[in-house]
Design a protein around this ligand. Structure first.
Ligand SMILES: NC(=O)C[C@H](N)C(=O)O
Length: 338
């Protein structure tokens, strides 16, 4: 009996919405109901010269990524993981709206850090049918990268001719085709995603963790900070000034921070594009650390939020969350050598 012909390698393209799949309507750009067939065709044309088969799947309904919620990235991760198990593609491309692409991509870098298959996230600034659209160029770059990357490669964003590490990238331009930027390269020495805590896999999945951000600005009061946690989030990322400073002399600020840090994990990152926090440098930073804030190092806001949500959703306890937030898992933060 002759053995079956070896299957050609394949790429999984998972579409979730965004401008790439939109068209103009009377009420503005909105998901194009014909995009599934159009994408099928586009992907087939990109894959043909690469010698790979294409599988195209969709998240339903397609969304403007401004409507992404706490479960969007985890849901994409679950769907991709299930398809990778059955389809065994060489690489995965996720198309996504640019508004929250950096948040989703960062979260996926943790969620799918152990997938063993390269994951590349892309989208476009202009809809697929517009003149000079960047949709085809970005999709082509993403598919090529997903097929060519080594199996354990970190999650990446393909956009505007560049491949960026997902855990370091931010949307920095609302109009230009080079919409994303990574200020820092992937931090070397990531220890990988830790195993889920014992017993957590058997537990019924709770509602997804909601991680929020609060930005210090000069007018902020302790009440404002307390109010930011009024909806009972599961984690908070504080966007601090400079090297990790906040208005600690503001009446009630220290006590409020202590209360918050006792109730939920609070991570400090910097508002600056690069450099990171060093909570030991200034007295105000030390007060923040003493109140219980976790040093977010040089993580981007998106990476800090994605990592914190991932760890909370996996069921890690508070001590483990603190410890893991301080470590470099998948290249998201620089950790000084001991
Ligand atoms: N360029 C885009 O994709 C923006 C769109 N509002 C989205 O995020 O879905």
């Amino acid at each position: 009996m002759s053995s079956p012909a070896p299957r050609r390698p394949s790429v999984l393209v998972f579409a979730t919405g965004g401008t790439i799949g939109m068209r103009r309507t009377d009420s503005g750009l909105a998901p194009d109901p014909e995009f599934p067939e159009i994408l099928e065709d586009l992907v087939a044309r990109i894959c043909l010269p690469l010698g790979v088969e294409a599988r195209v799947n969709h998240l339903s309904p397609a969304i403007d990524s401004a409507n992404a919620d706490a479960d969007t990235a985890p849901k994409i991760a679950r769907a991709v993981r299930a398809r990778v198990r059955t389809q065994r593609p060489r690489g995965v491309v996720i198309t996504h709206g640019t508004d929250t692409l950096a948040y989703t991509a960062a979260r996926l870098a943790f969620e799918l850090g152990d997938l063993g298959v390269p994951v590349v996230v892309t989208g476009s600034q202009l809809a697929h049918g517009e003149a000079d659209t960047d949709a085809i160029g970005n999709l082509t770059l993403a598919i090529r990268a997903a097929v060519k990357a080594a199996p354990g490669s970190p999650a990446a964003i393909a956009f505007g001719g560049e491949l960026l590490p997902a855990v370091r990238a931010t949307k920095h331009d609302s109009i230009a085709l080079a919409a994303f930027r990574a200020e820092l390269p992937l931090a070397p020495g990531g220890i990988g995603v830790p195993p889920a805590p014992a017993g957590s896999a058997d537990a019924a999945p709770p509602a997804p963790a909601r991680v929020l951000a609060f930005r210090f600005v000069p007018a902020v009061t302790a009440d404002d900070l307390r109010a930011s946690a009024g909806g009972r989030p599961h984690g908070l990322v504080l966007e601090c000034y400079g090297s990790g400073n906040g208005p600690m002399a503001r009446p009630g600020m220290l006590g409020t921070l202590r209360e918050l840090c006792a109730a939920l994990p609070v991570v400090a990152v910097t508002q600056c594009a690069t450099g990171g926090v060093d909570l030991g440098r200034y007295a105000v930073g030390r007060e923040l650390a003493a109140a219980g804030a976790i040093d977010g190092g040089d993580m981007t806001l998106e990476a800090a939020m994605g990592k914190l949500g991932f760890l909370v959703d996996r069921g890690h306890d508070r001590a483990e969350i603190r410890d893991l937030m301080l470590q470099n898992l998948v290249g998201e933060r620089t950790v000084a050598a001991a």
